[in-house]
Design a protein around this ligand. Sequence first.
Ligand SMILES: [Zn+2]
Ligand SMILES: [Zn+2]
Ligand SMILES: [Zn+2]
Length: 104
Amino acid sequence: MAAEMCFACTEQGYAKPATKVVCSVCKKEVSWREAVAHYMGHGKKSGNDVICPICNTKVKGQEFRSHVRRHFAVRRGASYLCGICGKSFLTLKSLLVHLMKTHE
Ligand SMILES: [Zn+2]
Ligand SMILES: [Zn+2]
Ligand SMILES: [Zn+2]
C-alpha cells in the first residue's frame, strides 16, 4: 500500500496553525514555506525518473514536483485539506494552487 502522508493524523493537529512541519524522511523541522521543495530534495534520481521519498514510486522527472504536491492534499469529506497547514478547500485544484504558492 502506498504510504499516504497525512499531517492531519499526526500529533501536530491544527488547533493553532503550525509554522513548521517535521519531515517524515529526515525528521528535520522544516518551514512550511519550503515543505514541498524540501521533500523534493529527498528524491533519488534514476535516469529520467525520480524515486519519490514519500511513497517510493518512480515518477517522471517533470512530474515529480506535482506528484510531491499531491501527497499534501488530504481528502476530508466533500472538501480537501492542506496536509501542511490544515486549511480547507472546496476543490483539489484550488488546494494544489495553494500548495504551490504557499509551501514551495
Ligand atoms: Zn527531510
Ligand atoms: Zn509519492
Ligand atoms: Zn497549506
